[in-house]
Design a protein around this ligand. Structure first.
Ligand SMILES: [Fe+2]
Ligand SMILES: [Fe+2]
Length: 254
């Protein structure tokens, strides 16, 4: 599916004029460009690309050309299995119910299963490797603990105060002057604030683990846990991106 025609300058300008989150939603491979240049596509997803490039002193022809090459290569969505679903599904055209169902079944349920398993594995690793890697694994434990602490309450907040009300607003069962509506809007802001705490924590985790490269002497438990932590990072970024850039703006912009 061709998303953008970028074969002339006026269309190139159009890309620069779009929100970072929208570009990422339409052309998922642009993620590698944003990550390479440390452009925050999660918390800054609603900012216009050209403003961010100017702010970061990246508004240079060779850098823009690099983005254009990715866009040219990435206009086709390629369906693949399981964790790739987020990259291949066009959520912009899905209903609120479909987006929420996907978030709940794919991301929320996944986190409720993965987080306790990861925490348990990390405790085993800390005990087995305390002599050689105390600093590394203790810090990793601290970061995972911080993420778990935020996420546990975060999922409840979204499920109890946001998602159901969104569906009821859509059906006309909740009016804009109701207490429930106010609670939902406050919940959305709170949720976005929490997303913006998760991003830097994930970055710290990636930097601590050298982008999830296990130490040379790593045992199989460490190797598997690093792999799962890496997957957790990808899932959380996709999850927050879907909420911040697709679902929430449908209500914030009304
Ligand atoms: Fe969520
Ligand atoms: Fe969230």
């Amino acid at each position: 599916m061709k998303i953008l025609n970028i074969n002339n300058n006026s269309n190139n300008f159009k890309i620069l004029d779009q929100k970072i989150g929208d570009i990422l939603n339409k052309i998922p491979p642009t993620k590698e460009f944003f990550e390479k240049y440390n452009i925050d596509y999660c918390c800054d997803g609603r900012k216009i690309l050209k403003d961010v490039l100017t702010e970061m002193n990246l508004n240079k022809p060779e850098i823009i050309q690099e983005l254009i090459s990715i866009v040219e290569r990435g206009c086709e969505f390629k369906p693949s299995g399981n964790d790739e679903v987020i990259k291949s599904t066009d959520f912009i055209n899905k209903s609120n119910q479909e987006v929420i169902d996907y978030i709940l079944s794919h991301f929320h349920e996944g986190l409720r299963k993965t987080l306790p398993e990861l925490n348990a594995s990390l405790l085993k690793i800390m005990r087995a490797h305390i002599k050689k890697h105390k600093v590394l694994y203790w810090k990793l434990h601290e970061l995972l603990h911080k993420l778990t602490y935020i996420i546990e309450g975060h999922l409840i907040l979204e499920e109890e105060n946001i998602f159901n009300t969104m569906l009821n607003v859509e059906k006309g069962k909740v009016s804009k002057d109701s207490k429930e509506y106010k609670t939902m809007m406050e919940g959305i802001q709170e949720s976005m604030n929490e997303h913006s705490i998760m991003g830097p924590t994930l970055k710290e985790m990636a930097s601590l683990t050298n982008n999830y490269t296990p130490p040379e002497d790593a045992c199989q438990t460490v190797i598997n846990t690093y792999k799962e932590l890496h997957k957790l990072q990808d899932h959380l970024l996709a999850h927050t991106q879907l909420e911040n850039n697709i679902l929430f703006p449908r209500f914030l912009n009304k």
